[in-house]
Design a protein around this ligand. Structure first.
Ligand code: ZN
Length: 297
């Protein structure tokens, strides 16, 4: 069986694996994402130890340059993460290891993992949303991440913010009360003075959170028209939150789009992930496999 390399560079952790799928991982390691030089050294060192593989897929935090015609393709660009602006992530890995490298945004790659092996299988237009330290979403059309001009930044869309009900100004350093600024994990902690996992189930935080998540997802439904949305990330581990979002989303759609998936079958439209925190690194392997198949044609 042909093996592939997968790298997920996250804001905190970097995960590397060599394998061919969820049941076929030969080696996997994770280490802290520190400064770019040290992190790249660790990535290259991991793959030099083998076993041999065909190509590498990398899913990175961003923003990233995904334009194959750009001189800075494969770079992490204007990220707020200290020391990581304009880092030639994919080009350095390609040069040091001498193998083909496929590169994409972390949430696009996680979406690919869920599409290939997880909760997004058979979806033609798939959206994968993660709600954790930020909010991000990957959009796949027929199993290919959609980039558009740069790449979608769904977490920063605007949603209604009723200030009388919620005077919190938002946590996004760029926009204040964008979707992420109102509904990511750090926003919950700043608003209520305690992290989400310390708030009880009957805390008013959860009704507000479900409202904000449903509003953002409503925009995704109306703009992208996905046939499935996978919602994961640390915040979604709260039991019952996804069910609250489903109820509120149905109310907000208000019967306007006539499909059972947005009504009585919404449980199979808005679904939890199946791969958990492995979606990123498995998606990176899937990205490498897809790129290799495309090149072979
Ligand atoms: Zn923002």
């Amino acid at each position: 069986m042909e093996l592939y390399g997968g790298v997920e560079t996250g804001g905190t952790w970097c995960v590397c694996a060599i394998g061919a799928g969820p049941e076929e991982i030969h080696r996997q390691e994770q280490f802290r994402t520190t400064d770019p030089e040290h992190t790249l050294e660790q990535i290259v060192g991991f793959f030099q130890r083998g076993p041999a593989f065909e190509a590498i897929g990398i899913g990175s935090f961003g923003p990233v340059d995904l334009d194959p015609r750009s001189p800075t393709w494969g770079y992490v660009t204007s990220t707020p993460k200290p020391g990581w602006q304009n880092v030639a992530l994919a080009p350095v890995v390609r040069e040091q290891l001498g193998v083909p490298v496929a590169f994409d945004h972390d949430v696009g790659v996680a979406a690919l993992g869920e599409h290939r092996w997880g909760a997004g299988r058979q979806a033609r237009a798939l959206c994968y949303v993660t709600v954790g330290t930020g909010i991000g979403a990957g959009l796949l059309i027929d199993g290919t991440p959609w980039h558009g001009l740069i790449h979608p930044e769904v977490g920063h869309l605007r949603i209604p913010h009723p200030r009388d009900r919620d005077p919190f100004l938002g946590s996004c350093p760029m926009h204040g009360d964008c979707w992420e600024g109102l509904a990511c994990g750090p926003a919950i902690e700043k608003r209520w003075g305690a992290p989400g996992n310390e708030l009880p189930d009957d805390h008013p935080a959860w009704e507000l959170e479900a409202e904000y998540l449903a509003l953002g997802i409503l925009s995704i439904v109306f703009v992208f028209s996905p046939d499935r949305i996978v919602v994961g990330g640390g915040v979604m581990e709260r039991a019952g939150l996804l069910a609250m979002v489903r109820v509120r989303l149905r109310e907000l759609i208000a019967g306007y789009l006539q499909t059972p998936l947005l009504a009585e079958d919404i449980d199979s439209f808005l679904v939890p992930p199946a791969l958990g925190d492995r979606a990123g690194v498995l998606g990176a392997i899937a990205l490498a496999q897809s790129a290799r198949r495309r090149d072979a044609r």
